[in-house]
Each structure stands twice: as structure tokens, then as C-alpha cells.
Design a binder for this molecule. Structure first.
Ligand SMILES: O[C@H]1[C@H](O)[C@@H](O)[C@H](O)[C@@H](O)[C@H]1O
Ligand SMILES: [Fe+2]
Ligand SMILES: [Fe+2]
Length: 332
């Protein structure tokens, strides 16, 4: 069975679980935010924090010093990014997604270890990303190191390390970068206004389809995120690989599967799809992960060789090598 997941260091988690009452927090300005963070920190430390306060405190640990207005500025982005999304939004259709899933299931693209996959990614520069022009191995190490510095559990650190490995698709089965990188969104129902550049779906044939263009499309409200076809790319690909070939907990799998689903985890869209038992927990996990993915892009560049030994330990824990193997060879 998959190990159960917690985001907190053990003492904070214990404190939180035994205290559910607390004050309502309202963030109206930076000053109020700051006071709220201080209050939250105090109450987390003395064990009286509400969930909301735990969230506020946790976020304040890593990204407090970051100027958030410097990230994801798509209106000011360069043509490379704008052209990328125009193409992606025209081509991610239900028909394409069915085909991509079918291709994925019908073959193995490569056999290699996690570390080999990371090294292979060192030549890929992501065209959709306005915030980094580093290679992907550097982005992965920046994310993992930020998570490690905050004392998060090992499965969480490893998730940071591997979360974008699905971009390997680019070297094997992709039609370009448009079906590998970038934000994701559901196909089969109306493209929501919470997607970046919502005006660029006009030439997507699904936006004229009598069913796919309706608000709910092919989905029943409350059907749950597990049943949604998210636009095909690195998240969905890696999610399936990790689900089958690792012992990572559900929260880690959700972080991988939904980390590019900004319309849901950051813009508040698509809530009507969520089911009653699982999705709220998964959303919480994805939100806990997101700052490490996004805001670590402005951190220093880690030295790959210095970190390899530490992370190999984590890889071998959650991708246990088979008999006679020193590292697990993954079927990609
Ligand atoms: O440009 C980025 C990048 O491709 C990331 O890997 C993805 O997760 C983000 O959602 C996207 O905005
Ligand atoms: Fe990603
Ligand atoms: Fe990432």
C-alpha cells in the first residue's frame, strides 16, 4: 500500500490535528497579510492553528521573500510564449487527446532510470515558460531543493525532483512542444475563462462542437477529477508512469497530474467537476506544491553533481530497484 502523506513536519502536523478552532482571517492589504502571517505562525507553533492558518504559515515559509508579480506575466510575455499558447489552444481537441492516450498505452518509448531521464532533459528549454530559460534538470533541482529547505517529507522532495520529467515526451512521441508543456485544462467541455489567453480557442474545432462547447460538455457535475480528460502533456504522461511504477502516495500523484492545471488550482475554475471525498484533499496537495514549482525559478542554480547522492537515495526509496538492479529502469 502507498505510504500515507503529510505535508507538515511531524510536530506541526500533530499540533494542527488536535486544534480546529480559530479566527477568521481577512487579507485586505500587505500589512494585514503580514499580521496574519505572524498570527498564523504563532498559533501553528502553540498548536491552536486552523487549517487556514496552517496554510498561511506554510506559504510564508518559502515564498515570503518572492515578488509574486514577477511571475506568470502572460500579457507582457514574449512572442515565443504567445505563439506557443495560440498553437496549443488550437490543437488540444478531444480527438487528439484520445489518440495521444492510445499511443501512450500502445508502446514503451524508452527504458531508462530516473536520473538518466533527468540528464536527458538538460537540452530542453520550455517554450511556454515566461519565467525561466534554464534547462529542465536545473528547474527540477531548484524545486526539490526549495522543498527540502522547508523540511517537507521525502516523498514531497522527490515529487519536486521529478515533476517535470514527463517533458521527455518531447523526444519521443510529441508533435511539437504544444502537446508536452504549458498549462493544462479539461477537453470535452467549454474552455473556461480561467485559462490563460482564453481568446485563443477560436480556431479549436471543439469550441464549435455542439457538445464539447457546452459548459459541462461530456461531464456530469461532481464526477471527480479522476474522470476528466486533461489536455495531454507532461503531467498526464508522468502521472501514469508514476502511478504504475512508483510507490509515491496519492498526494504526490496529484501534484504531478495537476501541477499545470492553473485554471483549477490557482484561478478557482472547474470546481463543479470535483467529487466529494478525494478532490478537496488533492487540491490542497497541489496548492502546497505550486509555490515550490513556480517561485523557485528565481533561486540560485544548484550543482547537479553535489546533489546526486542525496536524491538517488530518495529515488531508490520510491522507485525500488528490482532484483539485480542498482537503480530501477523505468518504462517510459
Ligand atoms: O510553462 C510552464 C511549464 O511548462 C511548466 O512545466 C508547467 O507545469 C506550467 O504549467 C507551465 O506554465
Ligand atoms: Fe510542469
Ligand atoms: Fe515545473
Amino acid at each position: 500500500m502507498a505510504p500515507s502523506a503529510t505535508f507538515e513536519t511531524p510536530n506541526i502536523n500533530e499540533n494542527f490535528n488536535s486544534h480546529k478552532d480559530g479566527l477568521a482571517l481577512e487579507a485586505t492589504s500587505d500589512a494585514v497579510d503580514e499580521v496574519n502571517v505572524l498570527k498564523a505562525a504563532m498559533r501553528v507553533k502553540n498548536g491552536t492553528a486552523t487549517q487556514e492558518e496552517v496554510d498561511i504559515y506554510e506559504k510564508s515559509q518559502f515564498d515570503a521573500e518572492k515578488d509574486k508579480t514577477q511571475f506568470r506575466q502572460y500579457e507582457d510575455a514574449c512572442d515565443r510564449v504567445k505563439n506557443f499558447y495560440r498553437e496549443q489552444h488550437e490543437k488540444q481537441t478531444v480527438a487528439y487527446n484520445l489518440k495521444a492516450r492510445n499511443d501512450f498505452k500502445s508502446k514503451t518509448r524508452a527504458n531508462m532510470t530516473i536520473w538518466q531521464a533527468m540528464e536527458k532533459l538538460n537540452t530542453l528549454i520550455d517554450e511556454s515558460d515566461p519565467d525561466t530559460s534554464l534547462s529542465q534538470i536545473e528547474h527540477l533541482l531548484q524545486s526539490a531543493e526549495a522543498i527540502r529547505r522547508d523540511g517537507k517529507p521525502q516523498w514531497f522532495q522527490l515529487t519536486g525532483l521529478i515533476h517535470d520529467l514527463g517533458k521527455l515526451l518531447f523526444f519521443y512521441a510529441a508533435e511539437g512542444q504544444w502537446d508536452v508543456v504549458g498549462d493544462t485544462f479539461p477537453v470535452g467541455c467549454r474552455f473556461d475563462e480561467t485559462i490563460i489567453y482564453p481568446g485563443t480557442f477560436e480556431n479549436n474545432p471543439d469550441s464549435k462542437d455542439p457538445i464539447y462547447s457546452t459548459e459541462r460538455g461530456i461531464y456530469t457535475p461532481g464526477c471527480g477529477m479522476d474522470n476528466v480528460m486533461l489536455s495531454w502533456g507532461h503531467d498526464e504522461y508522468l502521472y501514469h508512469i508514476c502511478k504504475e511504477q512508483s510507490t509515491l502516495p496519492d498526494e504526490a500523484l496529484a501534484m504531478i497530474r495537476y501541477h499545470s492545471f492553473y485554471p483549477w488550482h490557482s484561478a478557482g475554475g472547474y470546481r463543479w467537476i470535483m467529487d466529494e471525498e478525494k478532490d478537496a484533499r488533492m487540491l490542497e496537495a497541489v496548492k502546497a506544491f505550486n509555490p515550490y514549482d513556480l517561485y523557485s525559478k528565481s533561486d540560485g542554480i544548484p550543482k547537479v553533481e553535489d546533489l546526486k547522492e542525496y536524491y538517488m537515495g530518495l529515488i531508490n526509496t520510491y522507485f525500488p530497484p528490482g532484483e539485480g538492479e542498482s537503480e530501477k529502469v523505468i518504462r517510459w
